[in-house]
Write a protein that binds this ligand. Sequence first.
Ligand SMILES: [Zn+2]
Length: 383
Amino acid sequence: MKQRLRLGKISGIPLYVHWTFPLLIAYFVYDGMSRGMDTTELLWLVGFVLAIFGCVVLHELGHSLSARRYGIGTEDITLLPIGGVARLKSMPKQPWREIVVAVMGPMVNVAIATALFIYFLLTSQGIFDTIPEEADGLVIDQTNFLSWLFITNIGLVIFNCIPAFPMDGGRVLRGLLALRFRRVTATKIASYLGRAFAIVFAIFSFMPGGSPMLILIAIFIYVAASQEYYSVQTEEALEGKTVRDIMRTQFTLLPIDKGLNDITPYLTSTAEQGFLVVESTEEETDLRGIITRPTIIRALKYHKNKGHFLLKLLSRFRKVNDGFYIRELMNTRIEYVDPDFNLQQVYHQMTHQQTPVMPVYENGEVTGVVDYYQIREYVKLNG
Ligand SMILES: [Zn+2]
């Protein structure tokens, strides 16, 4: 989701297109050219693809604006070659609200199709008259542009109604299940069904006539369904918990003046993924930073292979931290947590900052650490 281009704002929501999107347009142009289309035909084809994505933006706005009515904002809307994604800041917890937000996307396409249908009625033009029965691929011109737009919108509605969580139909399904079961159970069922659909889509994409787009959609659904189940599971398991419930009071302190030569005993004596780095004088020990196990291992590997030409080449393109001492490799940003802090929030913060440990501060001293991997284990056991 990272590499994307900002198009502007719509209803106060930033709109982006993913960098692969122009590739999709390029593909259509290439496909058209290989079928011997002239410039006018190519322009109609590209215009049609853009019009479809206009409909997709409106679809996503349907979700965003209905969520806004429930006080939920939208981070942004991103257009991917496989469709659009509106990232809501949260999901409505009440089942009916989730159902409404999910349904409002496809409803936009129903509205567009209805408007086109009325237009066809008023102009007494048959919708399918201009669509050739047999054609070598998609050919768009002024006579059939609206017909294809109508058909595609209907297609979007049908496709989105497939209960493949987290697609719209799957969200409706989760909402309906959540009316009867616990939210986490409802998500589990919807998520497994979503993954099953993803596998079916993947199989279909390899069948004759299958589209390579479908395999991308399948992967997207599979990953998103798993992630969302995991995040609901986490939410449930950590509900009402504080840092104190899970903090670890035994932890390894790494002296700041150690070099990589002396570090191996620390790595082998514990499985901890992150260490607090301290500087000690005769009177006191002060926390100076945090270092993660992967950082240490990367540094060890770097110094072992330093002379290798590939590494030299790589370091021209990527900034490499070639530090040898913990002091040079550690992260100096330290954020303390209180034992009474909400564990859900701390977990989110750790995920966001990609830090595996955070020091717990109480009565003027560090009494323990919160460990990211320990929280994940706890979620697995209790979710
Ligand atoms: Zn949708």
